[in-house]
Design a protein around this ligand. Structure first.
Ligand code: AMP
Ligand code: ZN
Length: 111
């Protein structure tokens, strides 16, 4: 999807502060961080939201879930972290390319 901002980050058409990348997914710093550590983890294929996850692509979501703790630790979140997945306009989703927010405070002060 050419007008998707996250697809443009994947194709390196627009820059991002990338903290993790493999063949299937990419993690980068949120441009408007709400916490001391605020990352976004996205799949490299364009899946609009959780409502478009199916048996065909659920393995990718599984891989993302299994990778989140490693990315958290590598970014200083040694005592835990929060994940947020907004779905649709009613769920506060602003970018229509599925993404996990990975957020936390290295001083573990999430309230
Ligand atoms: P959501 O409301 O769940 O769709 O979250 C979208 C997130 O993407 C917001 O926290 C934005 O700050 C973030 N965001 C939007 N554009 C960019 C960008 N170019 N680079 C990094 N983060 C972005
Ligand atoms: Zn996309």
């Amino acid at each position: 999807m050419t007008d998707c901002i996250f697809c443009k980050i994947i194709s390196k058409t627009i820059p991002a502060d990338i903290v993790f990348e493999n063949d299937n997914m990419l993690a980068f710093k949120d441009i408007h961080p709400q916490y001391p550590v605020h990352l976004l983890l996205i799949p490299k294929i364009h899946i609009k939201s959780l409502e478009e996850v199916s048996a065909q692509n659920a393995n990718l979501i599984q891989e993302m879930l299994l990778t989140l703790p490693k990315i958290a630790k590598e970014n200083g979140l040694l005592e835990g972290f929060r994940t947020v997945l907004n779905t649709g306009a009613g769920g506060g989703q602003e970018v229509d390319h599925i993404h996990f927010h990975l957020i936390g405070d290295v001083r573990h002060k999430i309230k």
